[in-house]
Design a protein around this ligand. Structure first.
Ligand SMILES: [Zn+2]
Length: 320
């Protein structure tokens, strides 16, 4: 009959919610598809409904709060989504207060990649450390910085935008306005783009996915192997820079391209070794994240517990 929290991972297509106890045991979980096409009010109803479902099924009285990982740029203090490409109509929407109104329980918001970093620290590959960086490889590249057990937000909440670190000064142009951003050279999208440039789509120029490039590399295709070496080089340059700045003990990678670890990691480690004195001479670790898609769920569930124990908690205090 102990306390528990509910973590919510709001994806672009589905929503997952899990009740988690303070030891990180998942008590119950649901996955639903909110009606994203029907506007924020309806989506918030669906989120509240999913949380209520979990709450009812767990049936314990001591719910300490709900943490929600949101895919976008949020004003944590105001509880408002400032911008989210995957959540149309949510710009400026007071998501925290709207959900709180429906549930009557404290809500803590966090960016989803930051939540994933926190989740890895709490129950994943970072269990033994308080300082880590998580880099998420997907359509783009994002991530989170956990400093002394807490997410580092930066003054606007924009810290941890690893995807836009310059890794090649005259590299591929990026939508952000820069050239040579990490995500233009190491994301799943970049892998697919390199595959297209190498005409892996064949005579009919069929669409090439990152998975296709991966399969070709596994089968021994030299040019596909080069793609992953290039990815490793870009990641290595970026991670060496992070190590030199932060001197954290642990840097984690997660996301779709992770199965290709053996293809990109040797080049990545080679680059980090030659660009980071600290890495070459200490036990600094670069590893795969452990929780996969659940990292964000754990991190979101951790937020209400953290808020209770964190003396400097005003930045995450829900307005009740
Ligand atoms: Zn960029």
């Amino acid at each position: 009959m102990g306390p528990y929290s509910i973590g919510v991972d709001l994806g672009g297509t589905n929503l997952r919610a899990a009740a988690v106890d303070p030891d990180g045991q998942i008590l119950d979980r649901v996955s639903v598809r909110p009606a994203f096409d029907q506007g924020p009010e309806k989506v918030v109803d669906d989120i509240a409904q999913a949380i209520q479902t979990v709450r009812a099924r767990v049936g314990l009285p001591d719910l300490r709060g709900v943490g929600i990982g949101v895919p976008g740029f949020i004003d944590i203090e105001a509880g408002v989504i400032l911008g989210a490409a995957n959540l149309p109509g949510f710009q400026g929407f007071p998501i925290r207060d709207e959900i709180q109104k429906r549930l009557g329980t404290p809500i803590v918001l966090e960016n989803d990649a930051n939540a994933a970093a926190l989740g890895e620290m709490w129950m994943g590959a970072g269990k033994n450390v308080k300082d880590l960086i998580l880099i998420t490889l997907g359509t783009g590249i994002g991530g989170g910085i956990v400093l002394n057990g807490k997410v580092l937000h930066g003054f606007l909440g924009m810290a941890g935008e690893f995807g836009h670190m310059t890794v090649f000064p005259d590299g591929n142009p990026c939508g952000c306005g820069n050239c040579g951003c990490l995500e233009k050279h190491a994301s799943a999208t970049a892998i697919a783009a390199m595959g297209r440039m190498m005409h892996f789509g064949g005579e009919d120029c069929a669409d090439v996915t990152a998975k296709r490039v991966y399969e070709l590399a596994l089968s021994g295709n030299d040019r596909a192997i080069l793609v992953f070496e290039s990815v490793g080089r870009a990641l290595g340059i970026a991670i060496a820079t992070l190590i030199n700045i932060f001197n954290f003990p642990l840097y984690l990678l997660m996301g779709g391209p992770l199965p290709a670890w053996d293809l990109f990691a040797p080049e990545m480690f080679h680059e980090v070794n030659r660009r980071s004195f600290t890495f070459a001479r200490t036990g600094t670790r670069i590893e795969k994240a452990a929780l996969g898609a659940d990292a964000g769920l754990y991190g979101a569930a951790y937020l209400p517990f953290q808020r209770e124990t964190d003396p400097d908690r005003t930045h995450v205090l829900a307005r009740t």
